[in-house]
Design a protein around this ligand. Structure first.
Ligand SMILES: [Zn+2]
Length: 204
């Protein structure tokens, strides 16, 4: 079930990230939008990645593939008239597709992390940097780190404990792409979280 309310909720997640990238990297990612697609819609190859909860549509996506996805959405929309299905939005470098399962199975912070990770891929491609998982994880952790230093999380009910739990939840993913810069960034963020908890800048 894809609803207009989901779009409203994701707009916050998107705006927060745009604030973070402006502040940390001096980059404006506001041209990258979010499109909610059905849970069963296959994006990319029929691999675990093809079923990722969120996927950035990169610049190498062939027009014929986009046409196939749009056809799927058009058919889906006909059968699900009450849902908020948006057509003609799948444009390379301009959209991150997100599945409704990010609402059913994830916390607000998990939703942020998963979607911000995809914005990392968009950033890396736009910046002409290697668009690797390692670099996208690094981007994700840098943005989480910045968000923790501002009121962004605390004002939206996200606690130090939740951020620590998020890092634990993601650690198996991070381990796949671990590299010195990511290890350092994770260490710095965990230290910061411990200090924040001790000083009660954010509620534990
Ligand atoms: Zn990725």
């Amino acid at each position: 079930m894809i609803t207009t309310q989901m779009y409203g909720a994701l707009e916050y997640v998107r705006r927060w990230l745009i604030q973070c990238t402006q502040a940390v990297l001096n980059v404006n990612l506001s041209q990258v939008n979010i499109l909610i697609v059905p849970n069963d819609m296959l994006l990319g190859a029929n691999t675990p990645e093809g079923r990722n909860p969120a996927i950035y549509i990169n610049r190498n996506t062939p027009p014929i593939v986009i046409k196939k996805w749009e056809t799927y959405l058009r058919d889906y929309k006909e059968e699900h008239a009450s849902e908020d299905i948006r057509l003609g939005q799948i444009m390379p470098t301009r959209v991150i597709c997100v599945r409704p399962l990010v609402f059913n199975t994830m916390t607000l912070l998990q939703r942020c992390g998963i979607i911000w990770h995809e914005y990392g891929h968009a950033y890396l491609e736009a910046a002409g940097r290697p668009n690797t998982e390692q670099n996208a994880y690094l981007f994700e952790v840098q943005m989480l780190d910045y968000a923790c230093t501002t009121n962004l999380f605390s004002h939206n009910g996200i606690t130090v404990t939740q951020v620590t739990q998020y890092l634990d939840w993601r650690q198996t993913q991070y381990n796949i792409g671990i590299q010195p810069a990511l290890t350092r960034a994770l260490g710095a963020l965990r230290t910061k979280l411990a200090q924040l908890a001790a000083h009660r800048f954010m509620t534990a």
